[in-house]
Design a protein around this ligand. Structure first.
Ligand code: SF4
Length: 76
């Protein structure tokens, strides 16, 4: 299985990725809303119920379904 993204990776830091959306810094990311998570992001490549899945912003790694980053996009 692919490794999970480390929050301290350069890309993760740049995108404000956290593995638990409850820890998003709302002052830094005013667009964040509580119902947002990787599992509910248009870019998430896993099933909504998967604990982790791929994301094109983090090639070769997996993001947590409970995670979040500033690239979050609403599903169409
Ligand atoms: Fe999660 Fe979406 Fe950010 Fe990828 S783009 S890390 S799926 S919130």
């Amino acid at each position: 299985a692919q490794a999970l993204v480390d929050e301290k990776d350069a890309t993760a830091m740049a995108l404000g990725y956290v593995s638990d959306a409850k820890r998003v810094d709302a002052r830094k990311h005013p667009a964040f809303a509580a119902e947002q998570s990787c599992a509910r992001c248009a870019l998430y490549q896993g099933q909504p119920t998967d604990k982790s899945g791929g994301c094109p912003l983090f090639a070769g790694k997996q993001v947590a379904g409970s995670g979040w980053c500033s690239g979050w996009s609403r599903k169409a």
